[in-house]
Design a protein around this ligand. Structure first.
Ligand code: BG6
Length: 513
């Protein structure tokens, strides 16, 4: 037998480092702009604590909040403590907290005030001295996109963006990254004038989810699926991200953005890229990104758009046993808003593997339940040697990647119903994370923040990917903009009837997860 210890051929993906060992970030500070916002409170600060609790942050670590409030370091630390106590995943341990709290600082400033950045520079250099953070700084912009340019300009003008003496600088940018292709390019230019591309980390938190990374393991670590992962066997693919929540309280962000920009442009097109891309030569960042870009560049909206897309706004109704108001009555929305809260699109992936296989992407607020899944729905067997009545209950085979909740993978296939006949009905075979592994999955933001501190960019879409995604979506958004107001669908339903018609035209139907 040639090659490695395992007796098989040498593994070309193996590099010198044993990748099973957790990697711990080196000394550094993380500065969060927009630290009083919802995202920072619910996700970022708890994720930082959970990383500390898992022993993945260095002893020399600084956490700096930058915001308008007139807070002292102690006020901020008390605030962080209260959100961490509430939202942590790994359990609150006072000794971990105390260590983290020693490196917590707050800088009062507005995004356009040069003095704020001067104070920030002093604070960071103080941390370098007191906490041995070694001059390495990451700036996390959890702020509205219209503030990116001014913050980048000031980071540059104050010298904070320059990496001196081999210390690193990184900037983390939250979505939405632009609202169409042109604005995304403009933003990329603005950020690119201050930071080099390898210093820019654009967050798409779906890539931080275990179940999304598992798509790569499912596809490329197994022999079983690859032979059928193509247009010879797959009839179509459905990618669904359904939410039961509405957008009360988020009008400022959501109005004018809508479901397609909020979710399809980033999360769903990235899921599509993971499902549809070719096998990368290795899991090195540039190889993974190259494959994602290739497949996104080959993806186009299916035509005609009036038949291949659907959108809607939720009306009032019931969410479970709770009465809920319709979108138009949510506080803060402009009357007559044409913003969609549900979007469904059809795209074609123009590659040999996928030619002729429609990919249906849908997302919506106030739908029947919260679920994200990817379903590969297979073609029917070309011939069924059964009485027709025996297979009336047999659907199409499907492989369903359950991204959340209830994470796992389901294989649906036909099975004989016990009895003297040969009746065949659909059954499910399930893999369930909860019962297969004892380790709990880290939160997406834990993984991604750690990757930023490690300088590991694989799970961050780069400039080209972001632009390729907008190129796919732009024609649809333009078409919708010319069409005026979307249809209404009842809260708690599965979207507007136009979405059912969209699939019905092709003889298919949406899964009801
Ligand atoms: C965000 C969207 O990116 O993802 C939100 O802006 C959405 O509108 C959220 O609610 C959903 O994330 P998750 O991880 O709960 O599916």
């Amino acid at each position: 037998m040639a090659g490695s210890d395992s007796g098989g051929p040498a593994n070309p993906l193996r590099s010198e480092r044993d990748r099973r060992l957790p990697r711990i970030a080196g000394p550094c500070s993380l500065v969060i702009f927009g630290v009083t916002g919802d995202l920072a409170r619910r996700k970022l600060l708890p994720a930082v604590y959970d990383l500390a609790n898992r022993g993945l942050l260095p002893p020399g670590f600084g956490l700096v909040g930058f915001a308008r409030r007139d807070w002292s370091d102690e006020d901020f630390a008390a605030e962080v403590r209260s959100v961490v106590e509430k939202h942590n995943r790994t359990g609150f341990r006072p000794e971990v907290w105390d260590r983290l709290a020693e490196g917590i600082r707050f800088v009062t400033g507005t995004f356009d005030d040069p003095e704020g950045y001067t104070r920030l520079a002093e604070t960071l250099s103080g941390l370098d001295t007191d906490r041995a953070t070694a001059g390495n700084h990451a700036f996390y912009l959890a702020i509205p996109p219209n503030a990116f340019p001014v913050v980048c300009e000031h980071l540059s003008a104050s010298g904070l963006a320059q990496d001196t003496n081999g210390h690193w600088r990184r900037v983390v940018i939250e979505k939405p990254f632009g609202h169409d292709l042109d604005s995304a390019k403009e933003l990329n230019d603005i950020v690119g004038a201050v930071f080099s591309e390898d210093e820019v980390f654009r967050i798409d938190h779906y890539l931080g989810k275990e179940t999304v990374q598992n798509i790569l393991a499912l596809r490329f670590a197994n022999q079983l699926f690859e032979p059928i992962w193509n247009s010879n066997y797959v009839d179509h693919v459905q990618i669904t991200m359904a939410e039961d929540i509405g957008i009360g309280g988020r009008a400022g962000y959501y109005d004018g953005i809508g479901a397609a920009r909020d979710v399809i442009q980033n999360h769903l097109l990235q899921l599509l890229a993971f499902v549809a891309m070719e096998e990368p030569i290795s899991f090195e960042p540039e190889q993974l990104r190259a494959e994602r870009i290739k497949v996104l560049s080959a993806t186009r909206p299916a035509q005609p758009l009036d038949e291949t897309t659907a959108r809607g706004q939720y009306g009032g109704g019931w969410q479970g046993s709770e009465p809920v108001v319709g979108f138009a009555d949510e506080p803060g929305f402009s009357p007559g808003s044409t913003t969609e809260t549900y979007a469904a699109i059809t795209v074609d992936v123009g590659t040999r593997r996928w030619g002729g296989v429609p990919f249906y992407l849908r997302t919506g607020k106030r739908l029947g339940r919260r679920v994200t899944e990817i379903a590969l729905v297979f073609k029917r067997a070309p011939h069924l040697p059964f009485d027709q009545t025996m297979t009336e209950e047999l659907g199409q085979n499907a492989l369903v990647i359950r991204v959340q909740p209830d994470e796992g993978v389901t294989l649906r296939f036909g099975s004989k119903v016990p009895g003297s006949g040969m009746e065949v009905r659909d059954v499910n075979m399930d893999f369930d994370y909860g019962s297969a592994f004892t380790e709990a999955s880290p939160e997406a933001y834990e993984r991604l923040i750690l990757d930023v501190l490690l300088g590991e960019p694989s799970l961050f879409p780069d400039r080209e990917e972001v632009e390729a995604s907008w190129r796919i979506l732009d024609p649809i958004l333009e078409y919708w903009a010319a069409e005026g107001k979307p249809d209404t669908y009842p809260a708690g339903s599965w979207g507007p009837t136009s979405a059912d018609e969209m699939l019905g035209r092709t003889g298919r139907e949406w899964r009801r997860p």
